[in-house]
Ligand binder design. Structure first.
Ligand SMILES: Cc1cc2nc3c(=O)[nH]c(=O)nc-3n(C[C@H](O)[C@H](O)[C@H](O)COP(=O)(O)O)c2cc1C
Length: 376
């Protein structure tokens, strides 16, 4: 019998998991984990409020102390931090059985020595981030520093940090992990020629620049089946002072290589709504589809109609929504019923402290079309 054509709200099954729709909550750092960088009950409530998503990907979560580079974002480098995530996983699973993946994060050169008792942030090469100043733990913004290049013999330890973080995520009950290789953080810095000037086996050719991601992927597969590991890339992005002249060659090579592993998904920020480097024609989903036949997740600037289209056209299996999820916990219900969305949350609450602008956005059923958070 002919299968009905997939659409945004149709179910999707893979790797023993069921997403009740193709709407994914995109990973979003919210800075609510406190100075100990530990998941808490408020975070559990926030994610459970959004459990009608087909899949939830958590905010970026530090794989090690060295990976830290954002105030009050969560970590998973200690057993205590790992255990604290159990309440989040439990709340989401209990509410709607929604698959939830933890995003593994290392901020690389986009960090500051103030996060590391004066030790410089690490990167593939000593090339400074020339973008906006960074919020340091003191509360002051400071310019970025020239990072310290990781030594070749430090790489096995780095890979092991990711494996251990994946192991803790599994122990906490996560359905899988997403490896954050986007937005100018460490793994993106290794991939891109702008930030990777190494002369060892991790730099130079595109094959070499891809090597670290491949090793981390291999290490995570010792913990999770490949179908439970997602990878995120941002080929068109300028965020964190990124963009390389050979971006097409680099990212099409990476996508083609990732095709060899039956990943949960390749999550591509194909849209330009988070900053575009303008170094050539942007890489489109069709470009990626040309070299990658696995499960694909589209992201960046999508609305419901655009999301429906890429799914209908077979260009994506999932669409991740970021900013709409900040202020619309019931985004799926709003899509399903044609209800209007709340305005995007003001930027000042994205990373602020406490419940305001975090868990106080009403659903449509609670407030009707005029719903606003108490943060306005
Ligand atoms: C407040 C905020 C925090 C974010 N934090 C992360 C993060 O931790 N990891 C990540 O990969 N992307 C992060 N992003 C990017 C989003 O996942 C998404 O790619 C971006 O917002 C574009 O999608 P949208 O147009 O639907 O918002 C963040 C975006 C926002 C607005």
């Amino acid at each position: 019998m002919k299968q009905p054509a997939p659409h945004l709200l149709s179910e999707f099954q893979w790797g023993g998991l069921t997403a009740k729709n193709r709407v994914v909550m995109s990973p979003m750092t919210r800075g609510r984990a406190g100075a100990t960088m530990t998941a808490n009950s408020m975070m559990a409530q926030y994610y459970a409020q959004r459990a009608s998503a087909g899949v939830i990907i958590t905010e970026g979560t530090f794989v090690s102390q060295e990976a830290v580079g954002w105030n009050h974002a969560p970590g998973i480098w200690t057993d205590q931090q790992g255990d604290a995530w159990k309440q989040v996983v439990h709340a989401v699973h209990e509410k709607e059985g929604t698959p939830i993946f933890l995003q593994l994060w290392h901020t690389g050169r986009a960090s500051h020595s103030d996060f590391h008792n004066g030790s410089l942030p690490v990167a593939p090469s000593p090339i400074r981030h020339e973008g906006d100043a960074i919020h340091t733990p003191s509360g002051h913004k400071k310019p970025h520093e020239i990072p310290r290049a990781l030594k070749t013999d430090e790489i096995p330890r780095l890979v092991e940090d990711y494996r251990k973080a994946a192991e803790r995520a599994k122990f906490a009950g996560f359905d899988g992990v997403e490896i954050h290789s986007a937005n100018g953080y460490l793994l993106d810095e290794f991939l891109q020629s702008k930030t990777n000037h190494r002369t060892d086996q991790y730099g130079g050719s595109v094959e070499n620049r891809f090597r670290l991601l491949r090793e981390i992927l291999d290490a995570c597969q010792k913990v999770f089946d490949a179908s439970r590991i997602g990878v995120r890339i941002s080929p068109n992005g300028s965020f964190n002072d990124m963009g390389s002249p050979d971006f097409r060659e680099t990212f099409l090579y990476a996508a083609e290589q990732l095709n060899k592993v039956p990943l949960a998904w390749l999550d591509v920020l194909d849209g330009l709504a988070f900053g575009f480097h303008e170094l050539g024609e942007p890489i489109t989903l069709s470009d990626i589809r040309g070299v990658y036949r696995g499960r694909l997740m589209a992201n960046c600037g999508y609305d419901r109609e655009q999301a429906e289209k890429v799914i209908k056209d077979g260009l994506a299996d999932f669409v991740a929504f970021g900013r709409p999820y900040l202020s619309n916990p019931d985004l799926v219900e709003r899509f399903a019923n044609g209800w209007e969305l709340n305005d995007v949350a003001p930027q000042r609450v994205w990373y602020s402290r406490g419940a305001q602008g975090y868990i106080d956005f009403p659903t449509y059923r609670e407030s009707g079309p005029k719903g606003v958070s108490t943060s306005r």
